[in-house]
Design a protein around this ligand. Sequence first.
Ligand SMILES: [Zn+2]
Length: 185
Amino acid sequence: MAAFAALSYAIATVSPLPEMSFATALTALSANFIGGLAPDIDQPTANLWNRLPAGGVWSRILSPVLGGHRFISHSLLGVILFGFGLKFLLGAMSSVVLVDMNIVWYAFMIGFISHLITDTFTREGVPWLFPIPINFGIPPFRFMRIKTGGMFEKSIIFPGLMILTAYIYYAHYGRFLDILRKIIN
Ligand SMILES: [Zn+2]
């Protein structure tokens, strides 16, 4: 939800928004969704893995490598590695797929970074400076932060993000309509 809210905000405010095809818009939307889940590949119980075929097997193979809970993929180093890795991957694909990979890359990274920012508000915090083993959080006192999967997250944060996203669409509705018209044509 945070990934989608951030993407919506970017679409509403980035000016001028590049022209894009329907295929690009759809791919970018998927990339944003995957980017929002991707940092959790370092958690064996990650949502991401449950959505993939044989995900359980992969998570058992990868989680010892990636660390366990909130490690490298929850850090600036992870952002850089994923950013470069994806750039390379998309670059290799761009000769075969007719999609604007630049836009797809931004959509993924917006999802990825918004995940890390959201996690920063949780009790566990985020090891932004991995491999330095310090978890950072906002607010700095652990007890003031949100419990992952807890009542506050479900009853306040999630609906709050939904309302925020709805508001972004409402406030910039002319622009979204314009973009939609361009994409479909
Ligand atoms: Zn996470």
